[in-house]
Design a protein around this ligand. Sequence first.
Ligand code: ADP
Ligand code: MG
Length: 693
Amino acid sequence: MVEDADAILNKPIRYVKGVGASRAALFNKLGVYTVSDMISYFPRSYEDRSNLKKISQLTDGEFCAFEGTVISTVTESKPRKGLTIYKLYVGDETGTIIATWYNQHYIKKAFKLNERYVFYGKISRRYRSFEVLNPVYEKIDGREMKNTCRIVPVYPATARLTQNVIRQVIENALELVIGKLEDTLPRWLRNRYRLCEYNYAIQNIHFPDSGEDFRNARYRLVFEELLLLQLGLLSIRNSLEENRKGIQFSKVHEMESFVESLPFRLTEAQRRVFSEIEKDMESSKVMNRLVQGDVGSGKTIVAVLALFKAVKSGYQGALMVPTEILAEQHYKSVKSLFEGRGIRTALLTGSLGRKQKGEILAGIADGSIDVVIGTHALIEDQVKFHRLGLVVTDEQHRFGVRQRAVLSQKGVNPDVLVMTATPIPRTLALILYGDLDISIIDELPPGRKPVKTYVVNEKMRERVNNFIRKLVREGRQVYIVCPLVEESDAIEAKSALELAERIANHDFKDLRVGLIHGKMKASEKDKVMREFVEGKISILVSTTVIEVGVNVPNATLMVIENAERFGLSQLHQLRGRVGRGDHQSYCIMYNEGKTQVSVQRMKVMEETCDGFVISEKDLELRGPGEFFGTRQHGLPDLKIANLYQDMDVLKKAQEAAQEILKKDPMLKEDENRLLKKRIKEIFFDKMDQLSLN
Ligand code: ADP
Ligand code: MG
């Protein structure tokens, strides 16, 4: 029986009734390859079409289901080119209503006079009559109703897979497996946390009979997902701590005078965080610490202090950053700070000449270079360290966990420091970064002027453009970002590029404008970026998110087109590119989003510049179907849990995970067999770090 279900789950979706080659390809695009993927392709939302109303009970603005008899033929009108409207009269014993469809040519032949159908759609009142717009409908013919008369799941879909098709196919897939699925969760756990059984959960997350069934199903699946996440993270942590002896760095007496010599006084928060790092470094435990801090809070200098300590204790240090520009910037500033302190610093990037690169590699290998700053080039095979003691990665969400690990393996259990620029609420961080200790820089250096932020619409373009010109005349620089959220979406890509080109080559063609877009090679992007850093370009127009961490103090305006397409944290990141010098800085966001949530989101941006507050709001304002960008944090994607809404479940799941691992650290017991299997699937790209094997 059990074997049976497993075999079916692993089959490609072509095995499911109703899936041929072309549908399979469309499902593949959604990441659905196997029967198992298909039954875990969860609905985005639900429509309650189970409650049928009488026509006289329908109210304006509501989404409703009702039953009625067709009492007219379909009429067709063409008020203008490209628009055809189809209308149909429907009635029951209480009244009549008009069903209206736009451009749905098949409607003409879809109905039979005097037959009964169920309709579902948005009701609107027109003068004295009622209308239902583009309704879903289904004939009443004694067979089971599939798309009406029940709670109907709505799936995240692509344009070419309709809801009806997805629904039907998933129903077919469920028929193959329901009743045969083995429960992942041990029975005691289900009893303790009142979690429903797996077959029931899967059936009811797709096709719940009632709201209560849905809630039970969802609770269990959310719990399970968060439990697996916690088990994986805790097991990574166990493996990090497992009998690995780290380096004990020395107390460095020169530290004090080094801190004194810095061009500014450290903030209290910077001092506190560095003392946490120092403690880790001096202990024999391997340090795995994350430094969180808002944009501009001064994380770099904390890393520099740690590197100083490593070198003065006789070790080498490495600082890895995601782009060449950032590497160069860090290199320049670090080098000047280390000047006269007997520390030799080098820059290693992909664009070095052969000879130069050879010399640097040799220096790293024989120990004549103490600190190396670089890009991915640092993790190439040919890079061999003499005595690597400290690894720092900046803007860590740009690196996979694996890349961090590869760099660490170039030393013998070096200490690891991870800097991130995506602040998240502390409670969440504690759980999400279960594999790291966390330090938070919660204070900005003194004297920072908050960036003045304005949300505008298209009508303001003229004024905004004049403002841009004014700043440029005064010698300032400007960023303009045209978002391209889905890199794969060809239509969107085109419009973002068109907009960027219009701005660069038309609106400001008399000024020095640089353009960066997604299709350019990294080296080309770097070239334009560098011209901006050096002030040779006044306006930088970009379709991609501007490199995180870049420091151009003379840039004082960030203009963001279609701001509604970005997450709040991303907007905050972008805004963080300005406000880095002495001049007052501005951020102007074009918002075309009309929904209440998008208006609220923009308001948050106008009201606060605190990254922690923003990330909390971001979580709160995301709809139930969206989820927190765990991928950004290098964690597996969540399919159903919402980390804001499901915070309570998360806490319970963490508690459960701890208990499970305490009893069975390697998950060897039979009752934990499936848990272990699922963790391995989910954390597949981090396998080398799981203590389970
Ligand atoms: P982030 O945390 O975003 O990486 P950086 O480390 O790039 O921030 O620091 C932003 C700017 O603030 C830099 O120009 C840096 O020199 C400056 N800075 C850092 N710490 C202080 C401080 N304590 N006082 C004044 N300026 C500081
Ligand atoms: Mg930084």
